[in-house]
Write a protein that binds this ligand. Structure first.
Ligand SMILES: [Zn+2]
Ligand SMILES: [Zn+2]
Length: 82
């Protein structure tokens, strides 16, 4: 397993569009440097989620779970959530 920090996780937009092999160099891949294009990795790696994000996700998950369980039980209480 190589773990080089200066590499993108995937081919840049230009290489993907033209089905070229991207060397995934950052900030610009070899092909874009040679062709003097602006290299864009449109799906940039997301920053690690903060504790707040986790709390938000968990509350959403538990809300969804409660919706599911109410739906399964056939209760009309589900409409309270909509
Ligand atoms: Zn590229
Ligand atoms: Zn590129």
């Amino acid at each position: 397993m190589e773990n080089l920090p200066a590499k993108a996780h995937q081919a840049c937009g230009h290489c993907r569009k033209h089905k070229r092999k991207c060397d995934k160099a950052l900030p610009s891949c070899g092909l874009c440097v040679r062709t003097e294009r602006a290299c864009d990795y449109d799906e940039t790696p997301k920053p690690p989620p903060s504790a707040e994000d986790f709390a938000d996700l968990q509350s959403r998950i538990s809300e969804l779970e409660s919706r599911l369980s109410t739906t399964r039980s056939g209760s009309s209480a589900v409409f309270l959530y909509l």
